[in-house]
Write a protein that binds this ligand. Sequence first.
Ligand code: ADP
Length: 264
Amino acid sequence: MSDLELKAAEKFIPPESQGGARSSGAAEKPKAHADSDVVIEFRDVSKEYAGKVEAVTDANFKIHIGEFISIVGPSGAGKSTLIRLLTAEEEPSKGEILVAGRNISHLKKRELPFYRRKVGVIFQDFKLLPKKTIYENVAFALEVSDATDEEIAEKVPKIIQIVGLTSRIQAMTEELSGGEKQRVSIARALVHNPKLLIADEPTGNLDPVSTWEIIELLFKINKQGTIVILATHDKEVVDTLQKRVISMKEGKIVSDEEKGKYKL
Ligand code: ADP
């Protein structure tokens, strides 16, 4: 990566939205967003899988610094495809996805790991290593990115504290409740200070109390300057959030509203 490209990639979100935005509350932005605040832009994006299933059709939207967005829609609507397009696991068949002004389809192979670290993803089924402790699960995400032992020893306890699991840091992951497991997966997603956190049905396996604890944690992370995208079926969560809602149906974005509701 050239110095210039590296600089562009590092500016995934302009610096003022990180630490600096904490005190002013990045999530409490007014409804109208400045063009300079655009971080992600989908321009006429379609995705057709082999077999001619058009999973996403002509998606157009912009995501701005500090936003918390829910993506809703019935099963098969195209939510997961949209997420995989954003993480660059899939390429659009048509259109462009710009992140910090760069077309992510043009990222070079060696740039992809860097990009993916800046996009944390958590899933309904956690995807943790069950026979490892909480500490080991979080440390593992750093080990695979060549962090030094010192960095790991310093960073892991801090991140586990953010997700409220310090007292269980040496507990085996398979012994944890669903809510605790999801906290571990959030911790793991946070180790690279992502600019964007994507949560794909994160509360699908959780009871109502754990669900709200996880949503509150996502809120806290959002307030600290990370964009959060929440794909969910949970009508109650979406309606209570009073945040932007993008609704999908049969691959199309059928509504996109600030302070939206789940209305499919
Ligand atoms: P959602 O996440 O809203 O349930 P998906 O993005 O998973 O929706 O699926 C959208 C459509 O694309 C569905 O018709 C699904 O069967 C199809 N689809 C998803 N992934 C693939 C794939 N890898 N290959 C072919 N078709 C797929």
